[in-house]
Ligand binder design. Structure first.
Ligand SMILES: [Zn+2]
Length: 341
């Protein structure tokens, strides 16, 4: 109903811009403001409006009436002075138009925040292709033929220009690591933000497209301690200075040893709740020391160089940071959701 009034307001503005003669002014008055005019009709109709919105509707209608009266008065002065051309913009006493300014999407903000945190400690940004070949997405990351993640059930395969090669939508941002190392000798310090794709059933916790940020640091004598320090620094910058973190052992084909990092649960402060499944901790990323076998694919000497890598899902991290109940909310473009960030 109130939307309707907005439409009338636009219409009034439009008509007002066309008033250039006393006749047109009178026409405007008759149409909107006279006893048989549109606004009077709307007020008459007020008794049929549903009680629940009557108050707000009535107020909006009053505002509309005042708006029309104001325009009429300004235009009257204007025309009585013999001015018939030009726009009402000459009158600086008129109320200004309000504009809704846009803002960045929550995901864009997060990607920018994360990028800035790592740039401050010397990481460069690299963006790899979203259409990858099997070699970069799996083989060079030490993920053999028989690995379950290579299954058609999990990966979107597509046909590409080279018939002997298999192409796919990258299942993670990790092939970016390989592309960087193929083209650069150590030291390497990059993050790879971007989209990844998996053939998942869509639910409140998973989508078939999501964002990741991958990190890679390779040099002489890089240690696990540096990995831990870097990730701890990141967590404190991103989630807040007081956040506690922990590393748990895990497994990934391309890192050895591998780990997962948890942050303490925001909601229950580690006491245990439904969101953290009563553990007090929330997993935010996977990480580990780059497997020496991966170095062989890019001709780095594993006797000389070592490095660490990590990767995190952005949507999932934001679900945790803001307590968002459903991952699909990121892509529904509901302004009531988006405005909160
Ligand atoms: Zn909890």
């Amino acid at each position: 109903m109130i939307d309707n009034l907005e439409k009338f307001k636009k219409e009034i503005e439009e008509k007002a811009s066309q008033i250039t003669s006393p006749e047109a002014l009178e026409e405007f008055r008759l149409y909107y403001l006279s006893r048989k005019g549109l606004l009077n009709d709307l007020f008459e109709n007020l008794k049929n409006i549903d009680k629940s919105i009557k108050g707000s509707y009535g107020k909006a209608l009053n505002d509309l009436k005042n708006f029309a009266i104001e325009i009429f008065e300004v235009k009257s002065k204007y025309i009585s002075k013999g001015k018939t051309k030009g726009s009402m913009i000459d009158d600086y006493t008129l109320p200004g138009k309000t504009f809704n300014t846009g803002s960045k999407h929550l995901l864009t903000q997060a990607l920018e925040d994360i990028t800035k945190i790592f740039e401050r400690i010397g990481f460069k940004v690299y963006e790899g292709p979203e259409i990858e070949d099997e070699y970069h997405n799996f083989d060079a990351l030490n993920t053999p033929d028989y690995h379950p993640s290579r299954d058609m059930q999990d990966t979107f395969y597509i046909s590409g220009k080279d018939k002997d090669k298999k192409y796919l939508l990258r299942t993670h941002t990790s092939p970016g690591q390989i592309r960087v190392m193929e083209n650069q000798q150590p030291p390497v310090r990059v993050i790879v933000p971007g989209k990844s794709y998996r053939n998942e059933a869509i639910s409140s916790r998973s989508l078939s497209m999501f964002h990741q940020v991958e990190g890679l640091y390779v040099d002489k004598n890089v240690t696990f301690r540096e990995l831990k320090g870097t990730l701890d620094f990141f967590a404190k910058e991103f989630f807040g200075k007081d956040i506690k973190t922990r590393l748990r052992p895990s497994f990934f084909p391309f890192t050895e040893p591998s780990g997962e990092m948890d942050v303490e649960c925001f909601l229950c402060k580690s006491k245990g709740c439904r969101i953290c499944k009563y553990t007090g901790w929330l997993e935010i990323l996977g990480c580990g020391m780059v497997d020496p076998d991966v170095f062989k694919f890019v001709n780095y000497d594993p006797e000389v160089y070592s490095g660490f890598a990590f990767g995190m899902g952005i949507e999932r991290t934001l679900l945790i940071r803001h307590g968002i109940p459903d991952i699909r909310m990121f892509y529904e473009n509901d302004v009531r959701f988006l405005k909160q960030f």
